[in-house]
Write a protein that binds this ligand. Sequence first.
Ligand code: MN
Length: 491
Amino acid sequence: MASEYDQLITTIKAYHKDADLSLVEKAYKLAHDAHKGQRRMSGEPYVNHPMRTAIRLAEMELQLPIVIAGILHDVPEDTDVTLETIKKEFGEDVASIVEGVTKVGKVKYRGVSRYVENMRRFFIAMAADARSLIVKFADRIDNLSTLEALPPKKQYRIALESLEIFAPVASRLGMGEMKGTIEDLSFRYVYPNDYETVKQIVQQRYAAKSEYINTVMEIAEKELKRSGVSVDSMVGRLKHLYSLHRKLKKYDNNITKIYDLIAVRLIVPDIAQCYSALGILHNLWKPLKGRIKDYISQPKPNGYQSLHTTVFAMGGEIVEFQIRTPEMHEAAEYGLAAHWHYSESNKTSKLPERHKRWIDELARVHKEMVKGLKDIESIKLDFFQSRIFVITPKGDVIDLPEDATPVDFAYAIHTDIGNKCSGSRVNGELTRLDTPLKSGDVVEIITDKNRKGPSPDWLNFVKTSMAKTRIRTYAKKSISDWIKGVLPGSN
Ligand code: MN
């Protein structure tokens, strides 16, 4: 079997010893056969891409259904194997994640002015199953890593979309690691010159500073241990390139103003030891005024927790420390995804409680995002309540009230389409005109140009006032036309 498969198995075994690997093998075989003959633009077999996506998810130590969904994520969209088959072979859970990924992919990016529209597609995915979003992010990271094979115009579009939409959403979900990766991979395609500049600045600066940081860490570790703080880990972390770029722009490209180019990340067992460590470091080196931040007692809006401080270390050089517990670290790296972390100690027994935390989190993030949208376009807070988001075959999002029907959808697009509508396809299947639509449905209206006009019966089921008004207007008009017709002198 291919090396991607072996690598995936090794990665899963590392965190989930008794995983049912037969399901993973089955998923690999299905994806391998379904994508047979398909190639990526780079020329490699297509299946390598979903396999790398799954490996990334396994590296995040996520639960098996998410990893399996990663293997299968492009199957319903790009092959003859249907979602029903996936449901039958792998269960409801895997199928619903894959379905969510497919839905997100149905909406096309159409430029900056459609930002709000594009944000909505994430609501669609989140409403269905937030795990789909994580798979979608992993999918996007692999696509960004293999952008060289694409034509420049496409590279730019995908990278820009990632910077404008994927990264901010990952950030709002507290998924710091994925956000940083997405930004850094996109950066070079969107701003190639700035990318080169920043890369060079970092390389020079890092070469000059890395040895110094190592000495700082040695001294700090010794002092912490001597004072009874146990150090789980301490690493020097280089700032992500794109966030450095943004910061540099704020400070006129003056790198000496950037204090967290290399930050020392200190992980200690509990909150009490976080504060002890802060005190010990301040005793060792003088802190910089106004740079002590307690995100433990006051977490950031996305839930981020840590203590930050900047100190004058040996020779007066400035070094930033970030102090946190292992739980805070996991949350900072993986955000919402941390909830689906597989761990030996809490397997299925704790799932309902974990699930509840998820839903609370989602509600919070949802509110937060709506607030964000409000800033952009002063949309009312209740805007997203009781609304559904339905997608046109071209990939535009149409928002409608709950239980809206294909007729409401047709009138939302254009009066003529409503008036001439004779049938509809929902997710590719012929559907009655009075069927209630769901978020994420792709709806196509079949029109009949010979059709006289809307049926008054439609008034019994349409939900939007626009559809009602248009149907009534048409009915009135046709009655008056009819009267005109039979009574020629009536006007
Ligand atoms: Mn994909």
